[in-house]
Design a binder for this molecule. Sequence first.
Ligand SMILES: C[S@@+](CC[C@H](N)C(=O)[O-])C[C@H]1O[C@@H](n2cnc3c(N)ncnc32)[C@H](O)[C@@H]1O
Length: 394
Amino acid sequence: MNLTDRSKILITCAKGLGDWVANELEDLGYEVLIKRSNGVEIEGDWLDVMRLNLELRTALAVLYLFHEFNASRPKDYYKTVNSLPWEELISPSEYISIVSRADTPTINNTMYVGQLTKDAIVDRIVDKTGSRPNSGPKRDNIVINVFWMGQRCWLYLNTSGNKLADRGYRKMPFKAPLQETLAAAILIASGYDGSQPLVLPMCGSGTLAIEAALIALKRRVGLLRNNFSFMHLLNYDKETWKDIRLEALKKGAKKLVAPIIATDIDEGAIEASVNNATTAGVAHLIDFSVCDFAKTSIPKVNNGIILMNPEYGERLGDVKELEKTYRRIGDFFKNSCRGYSGYVFTGNLKLAKHIGLRTSKRFIFQNAKIECRLLKYEIYEGSRKSKYQVDGDA
Ligand SMILES: C[S@@+](CC[C@H](N)C(=O)[O-])C[C@H]1O[C@@H](n2cnc3c(N)ncnc32)[C@H](O)[C@@H]1O
């Protein structure tokens, strides 16, 4: 397969991030063909594949459509998959992993589709080369994604491998960290682009602060990784990838134009944040300190963003105690953060009501299995909500 061979490209994402991935793609100049909550389809070639793996902040994987066909029985499915020229793409010295999803009457176990696909590919390679590639669950070599829905089958080359959320910097997760792609989407939703001061009390393991620094520097997140699945395919063009990376390294800023301040009451959280930010190469750009959120020093500006991700009682923290914390967040916004847009990311709307301020915008996100909201509060004199305002409804 040549660098210029075009096909459909499916960009997968965590449920609920489809809009944010589509926005990123449109900003990069792609035409979005299909948009779903957990994925977006475009068309492109292998240069696009490399570029997207490097650029996308909110996506999980870039899947290049290799073959699309009809099959109703496992036997027909095996036959078609086995007839494809896998030996031109996969060296027998590589390791293959299959990710399968099936919803078709002749299959009642989706693992069986994975097994069938692996057998068809491996048998073909053995037949053509005399050697057998290894296979298993590890995602850091060659990954093939299969969807078999009704009569229709799609075989994708998963060009990312391990999910793109795994940027490689979070060595210390601390408690309840946000997935990196979700943190990036939250920041983008808040309008953060690096030009405004950003204050992140309750920063936990530092995910929001690190993603913010990467956004502010316009640093391509894929530069943090040195392994993608496309590098293991026989059509991998090392020189072109080197050029694309070098080009990306030249872009972006060295310094921030506005500060990023990140605090947490827990020393362990700040230790984790500093470590993670160091791995990401941005620790020197973030002002970290240990303190209660209400003691965070807030630069006096009129265009700042303050963003908090308090515990919300599902995984951590006790609800009664948290009610007090949310009330204190409202007081803190009102008394100390004038001139800022305040954001709270939470999975508990009952707790959010205790903030007691009027929300001006709400974004729905999914954090693992919990539906969450990013709530925006305009903070100015008189922003206390009227007693009739029902807050946190969405
Ligand atoms: C849900 S975690 C934040 C996770 C973070 N977004 C991440 O990705 O790692 C909430 C954080 O709030 C911190 N926290 C709780 N009460 C606090 C307080 N009164 N002042 C400052 N930080 C507090 C906890 O230590 C914890 O790290």
